[in-house]
Design a protein around this ligand. Sequence first.
Ligand code: BDP
Length: 699
Amino acid sequence: EDGYELWLRYSLVTDQQKLNDYRNTIKGWLVDNNSPTAQIIRKELQRALTGLLGKSVPEVKSATEGTLLIGTANAAALSSLDLKNRLKNVGPEGFVIFNTKVNNKNTLVIAANEDAGMLYGVFHFLRMLQTHQPIGKLAIESTPKTKVRILNHWDNLDRTVERGYAGFSLWDWHKLPDHIDPRYHDYARANASIGINGTVLTNVNANALILTPAYLKKVTALADLFRPYGIRVYLTARFSAPIEIGGLKTADPLDAQVQEWWKRKVAEIYKVIPDFGGFLVKANSEGQPGPQNYNRNHADGANMLADAVKPFNGIVMWRAFVYDNNVPVDRTKQAYNEFKPLDGTFRGNVMVQVKNGPLDFQPREPFHPLFGAMPSTPLMMEFQITQEYLGFATHLVYLAPLFKECLDADTHAKGKGSTVARVIDGSLENHTLSGMAGVANIGNDRNWCGHPVAQSNWYSFGRLAWDHTLSAEAIADEWVRMTFSNNVAVVSNIKNIMIASRDITVKYMTPLGLHHIMGWNHHYGPGPWIKDKPRADWTSVYYHQAEEKGIGFNRTTSGSNALEQYQSPVQQLYSDPEKCDERYLLWFHHVSWDRKMKSGRTLWDELCHQYYQGADSAKWMQQQWNTLEGQVDDAQFRFVKSLLNIQQQEAVWWRNACVLYFQTFSKKPIPPGFEKPDQTLQYYEQLEFPFAPGIRPRW
Ligand code: BDP
């Protein structure tokens, strides 16, 4: 196997009893609908049932014993079932699945209010078969918790992918619209199977060319293809497009000509893509143009675009990832400082898209203080699925635990239980708009994501966007069963590796709240020594602040006071170094090397301990994986094995480089019992990685 089939392998059900059971329950199927989505469902059912049940299951004309009946509320074949009532709570995308009698025959029904719900219901049902669930007494009702469940592709028009580690962009702009790569269908199927309903095709560091007629034709071809899969297309809007492709002298959002230009541009887009989703905008950050170039604020910019897309029901996703050249005392404070005062001034069709943490997708960050701080504005989550700071597509890091850690964090904005999840699903403040975005890890590598296990990160993002109450364990369980095997021992082994992998990675990269200590322009290996760059907040020393007495970024009142941006119970959780969760200690505090840690060790010893434990655990992952030989597909087995070998060596690289570097400040020995690094600090500092993927200057 080469990984192309993702979690949609549909291999024969190996549990004989389940197989018999499924064969008896599903003798035929009927999709009472003729929409393009229904055609997709027919194909998927043929393919899936043939694979899973090992024989083709016929399409039937009416409900007989053992029919899988699929349709929307008004389907004639389902008219006896009072579907309107059963579907009253599931909305346009939800579905119900239940066993019932029709014409006195045992049937299984998958029904929804609209086409997309039907498709989601079918994929849900297929997942149940793929994971060997019982299907005799089903009474499922499922509704997505967030409305916009969207991938952000950081794909450039030349097919390079910013922070992409799985080859080049899927979008072959050159050959579009005439050549439709069959892969686009498989991309859409995969997304539909996990409930993703939107895709931003282009990089947030935007190119205005995408808005020109020639490119809009190409975008239209993709939008037409994705539509029956329930997927809407969105684009990034370059704020200066009116100048670059419109011939105007300004892009000032309050300028009437500029407003008019965007209105026309938007009308032009909707003429060819009637369900165009809207725009994603990165403005006044890392060199991108924005309203501040004209002394306007983010709301002025967002609202101008929002007014343009409003008549067509479009939305604007305005990013809060902002920082500029005036390096503040603490870069992590800037987004809150700029956005919080604007709460209540955004149009109703604007969502502010906030990264999970206040810095930038580090292996571990506390949740972003904007969550819960802008009650009048719907905030969207932005997770990074691509592993920019987590070993690219080389290291095995299952991200659902990272996603969950943030979603489950309590902002205390409206008292206990005001979790980040409730902020972004709109329930905390009763917002109708809600969303979750994931920066895609997909490229044109045959296996889509580079690392076979990186597929689980795409998968778990989609599953959590649909239902953030799912646990990381449950999602891993599903994914392993669908991707590798239903064998209980295999499932538990791979799941154990996956669940542990994120913490292991944090330990060998950035334990105890360290952050932003990676290599200079590639963000790959360690670079805690990075200093003296054009901007302080692009260095590592700015973040770890190591010196003879201690280490860590003081974000309390005696330091940058970034803690003030959190609600008071959260502040209290973190402000006292004695009580602060040690996983965030050096994020919030500058503490002495001799400080006593919960383990009883000094901070220095504990830091070493964690680095060594991380690297040892990377070895443990290898050992665990090696026991799977012969129990999962051999090609996949060998591929992961070779990647784990690299990961293990690089965990040692991270450990050695960081321990040797921090030792120059602590001046303390590596605790007894730990093998000494076999190279000098200078060796690590001089290592160069000219071939690291995505190498390019930092913004
Ligand atoms: C950082 C990336 C940079 C992105 C930026 C962003 O290094 O390539 O452009 O985020 O999110 O993580 O805009």
